[in-house]
Design a protein around this ligand. Sequence first.
Ligand code: DGJ
Length: 722
Amino acid sequence: MIKIDKASNRIVLKTKNTTYAMEMLYGKFPVHLYYGKTSPKADMSYKCPIHSFSPYHQEHGLAYLPDIAQVEFPFFGYGDFRATALRLLDLGTGSDVTDFTFRRAKKKIGRVDIPGMPYGDADEKTETLELLLTDDVTGCELYLYYTLFPECDTISRYFKLVNKGQNNIRIQKCMSLSLDLPSANLDLIDLGGKYGRERRVERVPLGHNICRISSKRGASSHHHNPFIMLADHNATEERGDAYAFNLVYSGSFLDEIEVDQNNTTRVMLGLGDESFNYLLCPGEEFISPEAVMTYSANGIGQASRNMHQFVRRHILPPTPFEKRPVVLNSWEAFYFKIDGKLMVDFAKGAHECGMDMLVMDDGWFGARNDDHAGLGDWTPNLTKFPQGLPAFVKEVKQQGVHFGIWIEPEMVNKNSDLYRAHSDWCIRAPGREPLLSRDQLVLDMANPAVLQYLKDSFTTCFRGVDIDYFKWDMNRHMSNVYSPYLPPERQGEAAYRYMLGVYELFRWLRELYPNAMIENCSGGGGRYDLGMMKYSTQIWTSDTTDPIQRTYIQYGSSFGYPTTVMSCHVANHGNSCEDPRKLNYGFRVALNGPLGYEFNVLSVSETAKAAMREQVKEYRLYENLILNGDFYRLVDPFACDCYAYYVVSEDNSEILLSFLQNYDDPKEKSYKLKVSRAKRGMTYRDTISGDTFTGDELRKGITVQAQKKGLYAKMLHLVTEN
Ligand code: DGJ
């Protein structure tokens, strides 16, 4: 609900459980009043304590200090010395000072589209507030958007800048969301990491300084995820204030947090200022990517669940399959050594093991026998597939499985026909040799000719090929950023326009294959972000398939992202498929998202095959709960090397509780696992052990004892009896 009260100059936004309030002070300055729980006790007064060295407008005196006030959207150069959301350079005058003041507020049903970009889909309850601010000197109009997704307690923020002046303007810093919170007693929770160790949760208290979490890699990256939370120092999974933020974008980004002299915490998310600037000529407009925020009065767990719900309801594409396919992927089984005959046998093996999708990974095209050649040449390798792709895929399907295929459209090997013909189609700075990474270069996706080439070659390559699934990979980051296609004055847009090109190609592929699903991958989970989730049903969580490491990665991923996107594959780590304990542990760890397998089913014993068949059957029993249930973290693996969580159906009648013990524990420590969503007065039966528990017992907590020997998994599938 959006309420614009002209008499008081106040605007109030309400979601299911939260309120967001602002005031147009003196009818001119949008100041922030409140974001938190909806409550009659909420303090929504405007406060601006006086501090020396803070400039002010003569006519309003000390009642409005741009450097102290909590503001809705800070711009550079007019008295607010804190980190800024918008910095514009007037190329006519050379001035980077702007002074945006409020003109009018409008509300509309639904939302405003962001052309070419991914964003949250509106539903029947979505409403949008539009604030218009103008800067008289540059002639720029700034539209601030607040889109409400009430059921998920989520509000999104983005802006449109229109150059109505005479001069060219350069956007030098672009943050989509800015929020001033009246507290300095907050912890920052973020998901740093590296290749193979994505999304490791870090929690640190904020200080009176500026903290920047960013990627300049042209990808959201394994190293810094755009998702962050701010939480009270003593907030737990179930208690305390927590705010969560994310950006619907997959390229370089900046999350910036500043705690000021007045103990206001400013948090901002956007494209930032290091990997982005944008030329806005008279008459042109620019819309920022969307950023989202949520608030929970019930701890960080609820903030995560709000985000999960937002992603499931408003971001993810519809799934073309009634049941998510259980994938068998060829990569860890064979790497590049694949051919048609082997893949048909592999498909048969997948079917025998109860799996229903063969995904043929890297190595099927051009001269791609290793990672030194062939990328960019999207023609099947006829030595490996003499019958051609259509006939080959037909044969795969005769084995009783669906067919998926790996592509990496954004890249090129120097040793490829594409590079030999068009070396100027790569990102490369003039006069400088581009750096290699995995022996590949990045194509300039800002160049329409590159996009056209990719569309044409995939159309030809896949003509008549019945594809059910694409694994879209991206295996290096952007360095020496420069688009040979763009003019010099637009080079600050190269990485941003690259992403627009990538998104266009995603949309094109989805239209070409409306019934196929896309799994996104970037050397594992290097683009685990809301932009990619808009087009991909699943994301390959990490190239690390060791189940022990996966517990940490999966735990971290759950902070911002729902289990339904998290591809969880059982792999032959440490020859686990012939060791029932290890195979079972890998499977239990993988029951945290859509299931798949990563190993050579052609060389495993009949016993292992039978075990996998049983696993797939068991997964199907819980699948709906795993993919769509509400997710509760219970034990933090970073704290004690054991991971525990549960998922629960909306009506609390079905619960899947998982306890995973990575390492040996000679002390056999016990853990009390409280299932707060169990219903009082109900009896639950564990379908695995047959044991029964009352709802009250589960709420108080059941005890699970660690074992002397690690790789121990305990799972309870609880269903109500009465
Ligand atoms: C990196 C991915 O993460 C792997 O799963 C695999 O697809 C390889 N690329 C193929 O080159």
